[in-house]
Design a protein around this ligand. Structure first.
Ligand code: MEV
Length: 307
């Protein structure tokens, strides 16, 4: 039997604009993970998936077009395996449709577990490419940042480019204390991503200008991270939230949490991920951490994670 896991992710800044070629910064949330376990199945059973958290149990023969059936087949082909009888159990601590990259983490854990099963270690770039191909097929126009940060499992600077993205490890000059507040509202990534695309198509000049402003603040956030200027970083996160509101991907629930975090002393706060629901993040200090966490809970956060 082989098993593997992959972390959740957090986009620090630059979501949505990253789909349009601007840079973004993301980090793994290593304590919150998805898990895959692979063991030999009965002869002739093919690939069988058991996903207790999703309440799903299917075989690749019955559901060949299931995203995870396709991803497993693609990974096995890459690993040089034609036919295999395997039982694959998938489990995840990452809430679905929460902006924390649950799909990318489940896909990455699956690919890693299959590679471990055949005794090969795939480099992160290959794992990321397999998961990206799957996300592209099923989620429209992903930038690739989710599968990349999850597969590399380190804080990254990311730019969508052809033929390959620019991925750089980030230098962080001072320890960051972040809180993640879950609005409790579930929103599939492709919905706000699709809505932004429609708005961009209807008014490219306005949206390109908004994406440029996001890109500029991400450049400044990188410098603030490198120099350890967390106050400046906080103001940049606030500015990013204002732009995400203009882009139209915020929500009343997220804004309530953002406002509560700021009022309780956070240096900056914004939604994280695709928006319309899911999580927000607050940049705090060790001194304000508990009071901001308390304020987030009081404002309706269904879960607060410390990073
Ligand atoms: C989702 O985690 C981040 C978005 O920018 C979409 C993407 O980059 O694919 C909203």
């Amino acid at each position: 039997m082989s098993s593997a896991s992959a972390p959740a992710k957090l986009i620090l800044c630059g979501e949505h604009a990253v789909v349009y070629g601007r840079p973004a910064i993301a980090a793994p949330l290593s304590d919150v993970r998805a898990y895959a376990r692979v063991k030999p199945g009965q002869a002739g059973s093919g690939l069988r998936f058991i996903a207790p958290d999703l309440g799903e149990n299917w075989s690749a023969a019955e559901q060949p077009a299931h995203p995870l059936s396709e991803l497993a087949r693609a990974a096995l082909a890459r690993l040089g395996v034609e036919d295999a009888d395997l039982t694959i159990t998938l489990r995840s601590d990452i809430p679905i449709a929460s902006g924390m990259g649950s799909g990318a983490a489940i896909g990455t854990a699956l690919v890693r577990a299959l590679a471990a099963h055949v005794g090969l270690a795939l480099p992160p770039a290959e794992v990321a490419a397999l998961v990206y191909a799957s996300e592209r097929r099923f989620h429209g126009t992903p930038s690739g940042i989710d599968n990349t940060v999850v597969a590399y499992e380190q804080a990254i600077w990311f730019e969508r480019r052809e033929p390959a993205p620019l991925i750089e490890p980030l230098t962080i000059g001072a320890p960051l204390t972040l809180l993640v507040g879950d609005s409790g509202v579930r929103s599939a990534t492709r919905l706000p991503v699709g809505a932004v695309r429609e708005r961009w198509q209807a008014d490219p000049r306005r949206y390109e200008a908004l994406f440029d402003q996001v890109g500029e603040l991400v450049v400044r956030a990188r410098a603030a991270l490198a120099s350890g200027d967390i106050r400046l970083l906080g103001t940049l996160l606030d500015a990013n939230q204002a732009l995400l509101e203009q882009i139209g991907v915020s929500s009343p629930e997220l804004e309530r949490l953002v406002a509560a975090a700021r009022a309780a002393g956070a240096l900056g706060a914004k939604l994280s991920g695709a928006g319309w629901g899911g999580v927000m993040l607050a940049l705090v200090t060790p001194e304000t951490r508990d009071s901001v966490a308390e304020a987030l809970r009081a404002a309706g956060a269904t879960r607060v994670l410390g990073v």
